[in-house]
Design a protein around this ligand. Structure first.
Ligand code: ATP
Ligand code: MG
Length: 364
């Protein structure tokens, strides 16, 4: 991946421009963490970049940057820029192309995200990012309060990097967050959710929860139940506890899961009916929230007499024939009854026994 990235830089530079890998990739490279995407900063304009990588540019692009795909890897190539007049405490009103890397780095959020790499793989450290990585500390570029006022998403990015990387927040960052955290009320729920998803889904997620509480962000983010989280193994388990589907945006799949997990939380997750109705995944998440042993839930699930209606040893026509009746709504009641009795081992899952049970109990 690095070799391919250096090749991209060489390609840009061979046309007379300057370019560097910047941001997360360099930070993660120093920390020995794999990155998925690579950000490149250059003095070439988007139009010039498009001319160089004619065949591999994605059609959708942000103003001032071009996405190039090589071997399935995304390169986000952004022209050196200055950002002017932030509006709504979120985004700049205007950007202006500049010719110096240094000036481009000044607009970036944290020193650990300001390191660059040139086409020879040499690290360039103009703002002291290396020492902060070595000390495992998150510091803003410039005055923290001002940088959070310009763009309050940086507050959540700070917590996200501290959580995922296991870094500490510099005192100035903590103070800056405390002064500006009210601005998060205006940040879109979409942005808040995507940062929180990354915090909740990483291995160090409880540290993230602790940080959010310590900084008082639970209130600004309207996460009243954050303090109730004792343990989570995925972002969906966190969202199930937080129960904020009326505010935060969730996909229909996520909404369904959250609803089911909340139902399963009220049940005994080793109970055959709960396992049958909500399945292994939902019961495992609910069990995990309650601190139950995952292995026990898995083996209880494996031992179920049936896992779905398809596993029943009879078909609908067997029932209608046995009762000598046309199919109708009455069938669902009979099915529920059969399934209940099979799950609780009161009835064997074979055709003969089931038909006998149906005839004994439902034949008019
Ligand atoms: P990751 O890709 O793991 O989320 P990253 O640091 O690469 O981490 P990106 O969102 O890809 O984050 O942004 C790339 C770079 O752009 C960052 O490293 C940072 O230098 C800069 N950047 C991103 N978002 C902001 C922001 N809101 N304010 C200032 N600079 C930012
Ligand atoms: Mg990135």
């Amino acid at each position: 991946m690095l070799q391919l990235a250096l090749k991209v830089l060489k390609e840009i530079n061979s046309h007379g421009y300057e370019s560097y890998i910047v941001g997360g990739f360099v930070r993660d490279y120093i920390l020995g963490i794999e990155s998925n995407d690579i950000d490149i900063a250059t003095n070439a304009t988007p139009k010039e970049i498009k001319e160089i990588f004619d065949d591999s540019c994605l059609p959708t692009e942000d103003y001032g940057s071009v996405t190039v795909v090589k071997n399935g890897i995304l390169f986000e190539i952004t022209t050196f820029r200055r950002e002017i007049n932030y509006i709504d405490h979120r985004r700049p009103d205007k950007i202006e192309y500049v010719d110096s890397l240094y000036e481009d780095l000044l607009r970036r959020d944290f020193t650990i995200n300001s390191l660059c790499m040139d086409e020879n793989g040499k690290i360039i450290d103009l703002l002291g990012g290396r020492v902060d990585i070595d000390n495992r500390v998150i510091k803003t570029i410039g005055v923290a309060t001002e940088r959070f006022e310009e763009d309050c998403l940086r507050i959540l990015r700070a917590v996200r990097f501290a959580t995922i990387l296991g870094f500490k927040l510099d005192d100035s960052v903590v103070a800056g967050i405390k002064k500006t955290k009210h601005l998060l009320r205006n940040l879109s729920y979409y942005r808040k959710k995507s940062e929180l998803d990354r915090i909740f889904s990483c291995g160090n997620n409880m540290e993230g929860v602790r940080l959010l509480l310590e900084l008082g962000l639970d209130e600004e983010l309207e996460l009243e139940r954050l303090k109730d989280i004792k343990h989570i193994d995925s972002s969906i388990s966190a969202w199930s506890i937080l129960n904020v589907v009326d505010k935060y945006p969730f996909s229909s799949n996520e909404q369904e899961l959250i609803k089911d997990i909340n139902q399963a939380l009220k049940l005994n997750n080793l109970d055959p009916m709960a396992l049958y109705k909500y399945g292994l995944y939902v019961n495992s998440v609910a069990g995990d929230i309650k601190g139950l042993d995952k292995k026990e839930i898995t083996s209880a699930y494996a031992c179920l007499a049936i896992h779905s209606k398809k596993d029943l040893a009879i078909e609908c026509s067997d029932i209608t024939t046995a009762l000598n009746k046309k199919p109708g709504k009455y069938l669902s009641e009979i099915y529920d009854d059969i399934i209940y009795n099979i799950l609780y081992r009161k009835l064997a899952n074979n055709k003969e026994s089931i038909i006998k049970y149906v005839v004994d109990n439902y034949k008019e």
